[in-house]
Ligand binder design. Sequence first.
Ligand SMILES: [Zn+2]
Length: 95
Amino acid sequence: MSDFAKDAINPGRDPIERQMIISEAIWELLKEKTGLTDNDLVRKVREIDLRDGVLDGRARSGPPKACPKCGKNMDKGSSTCIYCGHNVPADVFSR
Ligand SMILES: [Zn+2]
């Protein structure tokens, strides 16, 4: 990634504000390029919120995922299995 791009997506020190700006940019690009509407976004947010069965503005974390190599449960905060060392690509939306 170029320095210009890094500067553009890292405008401040507040990571939540930075995430909000990135989310807003992604959503505006999607609307412009695909014709999706704000109602589509609202429906999707509601669907994701309800995946844990409760409409409460939060998406609870799911059960731990098994290492694809050894089958033991992975530590949610790590992309490397502590048992066998297998590296699993990080899921940016895991909680
Ligand atoms: Zn493993």
